[in-house]
Design a binder for this molecule. Structure first.
Ligand code: KIV
Ligand code: NA
Length: 245
């Protein structure tokens, strides 16, 4: 699983064979440049999701319910999920949290909308946590996470994401559950992995958590290409004879 926010990138990722494309609210950071995921709106998520959907012929598309679109009550959560499904054509939604949002999850599922859960580091709660460090290192939080994971499966979620928790805890959860457990910074003992595409491609260079593996250094590649373009335009090397009419 990888994130996607726009048509062109989604087309490349889908063609490459990624099973699940997540239209993450991380668009708030990597696309809009906000410091947190909190500012992105439901309308903006729908815009990203509809762009991704137009590119996809194979992958399952999951769309994050953004901060403020589901916490109020379960009918608001359902309304938000329905807007995403109807206006973008997406296949499913993802929501952060456990027992606190049980009613919302059940209500969305009862409308026939598949729901992916998200536990551990849930970035929409960053102002409660205070930092982006590893979650559930202490017993009480680990115990609640296992209970929440069981609850999400019992509610009918089709999969869950575990973000930035100890690998041993993620292993316990993956063994407990039958639905797929997809990790980010949660170690190898899970069923799948997810990364933010712009991070794994080396576009967002400042972001360097331990769990991130960079599969390309697109920042350098783009910089070199653009520098070359500037040079060629200034020297009128571009456009060349076979590049104009
Ligand atoms: O928004 C996002 O990119 C996510 C993944 C990190 C799981 O929720
Ligand atoms: Na997210």
């Amino acid at each position: 699983m990888l994130t996607a926010y726009d048509y062109s990138m989604a087309k490349i990722l889908d063609t490459a064979g990624v099973d699940v494309l997540l239209v993450g609210d991380s668009a708030s950071n990597v696309i809009a440049g906000h410091e947190t995921t909190l500012p992105i709106t439901l309308d903006q998520m729908i815009y990203h999701a509809s762009s991704v959907i137009r590119a996809v012929s194979r992958a399952l598309v999951v769309v994050d319910l953004p901060f403020g679109s589901y916490q109020g009550n379960s009918s608001e959560a359902l309304r938000s999920a329905i807007r995403i499904m109807k206006e973008s054509g997406a296949h499913s939604v993802k929501i952060e949290g456990g027992i606190e949002i049980k009613e919302s999850i059940l209500r969305i599922l009862s409308a026939g909308v598949p729901v992916m859960g998200h536990l551990g580091l849930t970035p929409q709660s960053i102002y409660k946590f205070g930092t982006y460090t590893v979650r559930a290192r202490e017993e009480a939080e680990a115990k609640k996470l296992i209970e929440d994971a069981r609850l999400l499966e019992d509610c009918g979620c089709f999969a869950i994401v575990l973000e930035k928790i100890p690998a041993e805890l993620a292993k316990t959860v993956a063994e407990e559950l039958t639905i797929p457990v997809i990790g980010i910074g949660a170690g190898p003992f899970v069923d799948g992995q997810v990364l933010v595409t712009h991070d794994m491609l080396g576009i967002t260079k400042e972001f360097k958590p331990r769990f991130l593996r960079r599969y390309a250094e697109l920042d350098n590649i783009i910089t070199n290409a653009v520098e070359e373009y500037i040079k060629d335009v200034k020297s009128v090397d571009f456009p060349g004879q076979d590049e104009y009419y």
